[in-house]
Design a protein. Sequence first.
Length: 222
Amino acid sequence: MEIYQFVAAIDHTLLKSDSTGEEIARLCAEAKKYSFAAVCVNPWHVANAARFLAGSGVAVAAVAGFPLGATTTAAKVFEAGEAVDNGAGEIDLVMNIAALKEGLLSYVSEEIALVRQATTGAKLKVILETALLGTEEKRLAAKLAAESGADMLKTSTGFFGGVTEDVIRLLKEVSPGLGIKASGGIRDAKFALSLLALGATRLGTSSAVKIISELEKIKGGL
């Protein structure tokens, strides 16, 4: 894999609650410099990020229902739709994990489908929060997301544990037709490359610039 292939899989991420406009501007500048796939920000920053990235080819991804997934469906639909109106081309939606665990599968499916309807034209990634799920729950969550309109499955918010290689293997097996965004705890080149080799198509990380520096030191390109 060449470095240009690696950077094209990166969602350059800044989701801290105290992130400033200056930090978002720096995030966007780095994303443009390296031609990352997207920046991933909180809804508050979407309009500014979209302005910074206009014409660059770098997408703006906004989270919805973040980080717990426990807001109401109406709130998620509004939040996601507003983010698209403000310039987001991608939405990272947190699944309602409690509803999944309670067996309220129609609720989970309908919620994702309604957010899908409200974000026409945008890429929808559904965050499964795999660290909180057993193996069969992971399979079920992936299946529901796929059937309800997700374009990609995302492993984690990073708040409750990060991605593992086993999770990527499982999601690849369950939903081979969907993209997979690995997220949470991706801080070094070796781990990032292993996730891509296993089938991840995106990497959500706040350590992208550091990882690229590591890759360049290895052999000036892979």
